[in-house]
Design a protein around this ligand. Sequence first.
Ligand SMILES: [Fe+2]
Length: 192
Amino acid sequence: MLKSYEAKTFALGALDGLSETQISEHLKLYQGYVKNSNALLQKIEQHKQNAEAMAIELSELVRRFGFEFNGMRLHEYYFSQFEKAEGSNDALKMALESQYGSFDAWKNQISAMAVMRGIGWVLLVQDETNGNLLSVWVSDHELGQLGGQKILFALDVWEHAYTVDYKPTERAKYVEAFWKNLNWQKVEERYR
Ligand SMILES: [Fe+2]
């Protein structure tokens, strides 16, 4: 029997440039991904009893699962980055400096990717086979995810992430606010 998922809560104080309403609306969407991941798991399980007769329904449910599940999981990376974290580790920062020339060069690349047209996510992932730190674009929540990569950093660039506070054309302003509120130590913790 598979376990179901529970929506996490995040210890978020007041954020700079991201209003309480923006965040609470966004959290409601996150909770929807958790709910739908659980609902899909259940439905897929039910259809397994009759997989042949339900092949079309089952294939659509299975395809949908990646969207809902990654929608759930990526938001958990996203929101937890705004939580407080102690420590002053800079191992990841140093690794980014060595691979990108400077931390700012990496950050600029992420910011440029974040204003690409289309909705999705910008991730930093670690290839554990050779240590490469890859900046990745993911469309929706699941298209373009690289296999076997450890997610270190997640920036949501769906319009729902900022259009309570900003116009759809003001994504760059949202990205600026995101950097301001990001607690880098949360990202460092994932690298260790
Ligand atoms: Fe989102």
